[in-house]
Design a protein around this ligand. Structure first.
Ligand SMILES: Cc1ncc(COP(=O)(O)O)c(C=O)c1O
Length: 435
């Protein structure tokens, strides 16, 4: 490894040689050089407890010895062939995904990123239905490819102003700031019923699929109310529309269940996975039912799809999650985290709404009138980082303090985060006075 050049020099190279679209967190960002377990280290040896896990990726922590060993062994033996030759790790992984998912989900296509997995899932749904139109939530995020961006509802992630046609956005079930100005449960899930109206009046009646994040990540850790996904499924079924669950963030125990959709009684037709599966190596897949998979029989390939090293890492990640009971741990530790954040919110009105499932938690940062206060969140993230805690930022208004730590987080780490958060909140400048 070369000697670290320091954050100033990294920033200078970033400005000169990368695109300006690549934003980073923090006004004074550290140069991260090392990771082990729950901790990251910067070029000066300062340590940070990782509360964001590379955006929901490092489920088993940084450089887990099992993942490191699996990668080392595979890369030394055979790193790459692509799918034109027969190799075993990919078919074993597909078998394993079929075991992890409920029937009838069991047929996989591997690729390298969540965006690609969503593109593939949509194409499979279009081939299976013979239709082309799509539905997506207006606060969802599904990728940065042309179609991924077109499916994405969040304005800030739609740099492309000529999205593909045939995508219809529907209201997000966001109870804290209901798009229909109603309250749950007296609303009777009116936002789901709105989907029926969109299908009837705004589409050409040729909708292939609806894509949904079971808990919206970039949208601001939005958990749909109970019964919402079931109602959506009923509506889609009425019109013969398939359901794609984008589990890129929520998969593999993040929400305290194997997959986010398992907080409902619904089984989607296609599930997409990425992020956590590779333990830091790039791997993604869509997993479909036989009915959908069988319709995708024209030749397709992905050079790095099913890459041997990524598959070896994925097997090690799944081994660790299974053997160390990380899904149950995510539910248990997440509930403790949620309780501690809820209790903090009673004392600090700046925490507007605390929400989430398992170790996917968010807290809205608001001003004294309850409006989103992204500037205050930036102050808070900076002071958390300076105190050795890394957290995330999500939401259409960029005001949701977000925690998606490795699933190896324990009560002890949660308590450290909450204690630090408390002291950072106490030291936050009063924004209203500052203006
Ligand atoms: C829910 C969701 N879907 C898809 C994507 C795109 O994944 P990738 O960046 O691997 O292409 C993301 C990325 O953050 C995501 O959060």
């Amino acid at each position: 490894m070369p000697e670290p050049i320091g954050p100033e020099a990294v920033l200078e190279k970033k400005r000169r040689f990368l695109l300006p679209c690549l934003h980073h967190f923090y006004r004074r960002p550290p140069q991260i050089v090392r990771g082990a377990g729950l901790w990251l280290e910067d070029h000066e040896g300062r340590r940070y407890l990782d509360g964001f896990a590379g955006v929901s990726v490092l489920a088993v922590g940084h450089s887990h010895p099992r993942v490191v060993e699996a990668v080392r062994r595979q890369v030394g033996e055979l790193a790459h062939t692509t799918t034109i030759y027969l190799t075993q790790p990919m078919v074993d992984l597909a078998e394993r995904l079929a075991e992890w998912l409920p029937d009838p989900l069991g047929r996989s296509f591997f690729c390298a990123s969540g965006s690609e997995a969503n593109e593939g899932a949509v194409l499979a749904a279009q081939l299976a239905t013979g239709r082309r139109e799509l539905l997506a939530l207006d606060r969802g995020l599904h990728g940065r490819t042309k179609l991924g961006m077109s499916l994405t509802g969040l304005g800030m992630w739609r740099a492309d102003d000529t999205p593909v046609g045939g995508v219809h956005h529907v209201p997000t079930p966001y109870c804290h700031r209901c798009p229909l100005r109603l309250s749950h449960p007296s609303c009777g899930l009116a936002c789901a019923d709105e989907i029926h109206e969109v299908i009837r009046f705004r589409t050409a009646g040729q909708v292939a699929a609806m894509i949904v994040e079971p808990v919206l990540g970039n949208g601001g850790i939005i958990v749909p109310p109970e019964g919402w996904l079931e109602r959506v499924r009923e509506i889609l079924d009425l019109h013969g529309i398939l359901l794609i669950a984008d589990e890129v963030q929520t998969g593999f125990g993040r929400t305290g269940r194997r997959f986010g959709f398992q907080h409902s009684a619904v089984v989607p037709d296609v599930v997409t996975v990425a992020k956590a599966l590779g333990g830091g190596l790039p791997i993604a897949a869509f997993v479909a039912t036989d009915a959908v998979a069988d319709a995708f029989d024209r030749p397709s390939a992905s050079t790095f799809g099913g890459n041997l090293v990524s598959c070896a890492a994925a097997h090690a990640v799944l081994d660790v999650i299974e053997e160390e009971g990380l899904i149950e741990r995510s539910a248990r530790v997440g509930a403790h985290f949620r309780e501690r954040l809820d209790s903090l919110a009673t004392r600090f009105p700046v925490l507007g709404d605390v929400r989430g499932l398992g170790l996917m938690l968010g807290a809205e940062i608001v001003d004294s009138d309850g409006r989103p206060d992204p500037e205050r969140l930036d102050d808070l993230l900076e002071s958390l980082k300076d105190s050795g805690i890394l957290a995330g930022k999500t939401g259409a208004d960029r005001n949701v303090l977000t925690f998606q730590p490795p699933l190896l987080f324990g009560e002890e780490e949660v308590d450290l985060v909450v204690r630090t958060l408390e002291s950072c909140l106490s030291g936050l400048p009063n924004h209203d006075a500052r203006r």
